[in-house]
Design a protein around this ligand. Structure first.
Ligand SMILES: *Cc1c(COP(=O)(O)O)cnc(C)c1O
Length: 409
């Protein structure tokens, strides 16, 4: 198995395992396909959701494709800038932006704040006014739509913490738009992630369209609408999800006549299938009640999605023998939750073999922790027949070096 033209065993040899491996060509292809699908909508801003893969090299690749960035913390904002993304193409989302983060966004003159509450709007306007400037902003609304995805990544239902309830949107917009220091110029939504169906998105977009009409009727100037991210990707071989082209066609239908600059915030659909997590089998443990345990050197601290969401990742041998087995795929961490798959039909594997978890380019390395003092996983970017380590492995010793035992102990 190769990543582009680089044999994966070479990467394992030189960098060690576990390691995330990203393909530049795939990132670029996904960016191009997304750009082309939305090109008929005028000149939309495509702001990559940095939280899905914040690696500087990945951001750099996407910046070269004309992407902006959707950031949800000061740390992500700094990464986007470090990757050369123009401040004007940066959108700052998130329900708990601190005062320091709002100030940072204003310092850097970012293109758009997506305000998630009237309280946040007041704070942002006050800071901007005290500097004699205006914050460029959209109001994030919660359309109360069931995105029909995993409950932990659903963000657009009334009971979720995100955005202002649609019912309150008019009065909140009136109030915030009137503030000195505020240029409230549109609305934003993001209803959830890994959406396998376009229908909830279309329903939400229709509600936004109605809101835009209502706001205009009330005398507001609406020039921007941010439609968020959320398009799902196939995690299982053979699974079919809506394509960017189908998504683009739906958006064109839903937004016909809006006459606004549109923003999109795709994450997973760009990065998900552009990366794998390369791992080595530590040993195969047999003799229990069920199928054998294939114990790999990657764990829930490196790839959290299966433990967090019960998510599925295809798992394949790097050098398959042609034989198959049924196994439980687990990591070494001392938690039963450190299970990647149960009763999985997979390539037959033995101690020392290499394997990959596929579709690990989004919400993979970015969610890593050092639980069980395992350190932080390394990341590699492949480009044709060359590759580079784009994030060093941070070993447990380096993390320990940041700890102190007070001298009064
Ligand atoms: C997470 C997030 C996204 C990206 O979601 P994907 O499913 O990865 O496309 C976009 N916008 C906001 C506000 C988010 O929180």
């Amino acid at each position: 198995m190769h990543a582009e033209d680089v044999p994966l065993p070479r990467i394992a040899e030189e960098v060690g395992t576990p390691v995330y491996v990203y393909s530049r060509a795939t990132l670029e292809r996904h960016a191009r396909v997304f750009n082309e699908a939305l090109a008929p909508l005028g000149d939309p801003l495509i702001a990559f959701a940095v939280k899905s893969n914040p690696n500087l090299a990945v951001l750099n690749v996407l910046q070269k494709q004309g992407f902006g960035a959707d950031v949800v913390s000061g740390g992500e904002l700094r990464r986007a800038l470090a990757a050369g993304i123009a401040p004007a193409k940066i959108v700052f989302s998130g329900v708990g932006k601190t005062r320091a983060e709002l100030e940072l966004g204003l310092d850097e003159e970012i293109g758009q704040f997506n305000i998630e509450s009237r309280e946040e709007g007041h704070e942002l306007a006050e800071i901007a006014a005290s500097r004699g400037i205006e914050a460029q902003a959209c109001l994030r609304v919660n359309p109360d739509v069931d995105a029909k995805t995993h409950e932990k990544i659903s963000t657009g239902k009334a009971e979720n913490k995100f955005g202002v309830p649609l019912m309150r949107a008019r009065e909140t917009f009136d109030e915030l738009a009137a503030l000195e220091g505020m240029n409230l110029r549109g609305v934003a939504i993001h209803i959830g992630s890994q959406l396998a169906d376009l229908e909830p998105l279309e329903t939400a977009f229709a509600k936004v369209g109605q809101l835009v009409a209502d706001l205009r009727a009330a005398g507001h100037t609406i020039t921007h609408v941010d439609l968020g991210g959320g398009l799902g990707v196939p995690y299982r071989k053979g699974e079919i999800l809506p394509s960017p082209a189908e998504y683009g066609a739906m958006v064109a239908r839903a937004t016909a006549g809006w006459d606004v600059k549109l923003t999109f915030e795709p994450g997973r659909v760009i990065a998900g299938n552009a990366g794998v997590l390369l791992t080595r089998v530590v040993r195969v443990k047999r003799g229990g009640n069920g199928p054998p345990f294939v114990i790999v050197d990657a764990a829930m601290n490196d790839l959290a999605r299966p433990a967090l969401y019960g998510a599925w990742h295809d798992f394949d041998a790097v050098e398959p023998s042609g034989e198959r087995m049924t196994a439980n795929i687990v990591g070494p961490i001392c938690e039963t939750g450190d299970t990647f798959a149960t009763d999985r039909d997979c390539d037959a594997l033995r101690s020392g073999d290499l394997a990959v978890f596929r579709t690990a380019g989004a919400y993979g390395a970015t969610m890593a922790s050092s639980y069980n003092s395992r350190g932080f996983v390394a990341e590699v970017l492949v480009d044709g027949d060359r590759f580079a380590v784009v994030a060093d492995r941070i070993d447990a010793g380096a993390i320990m070096d940041a700890e102190r035992v007070p001298d009064w102990l």
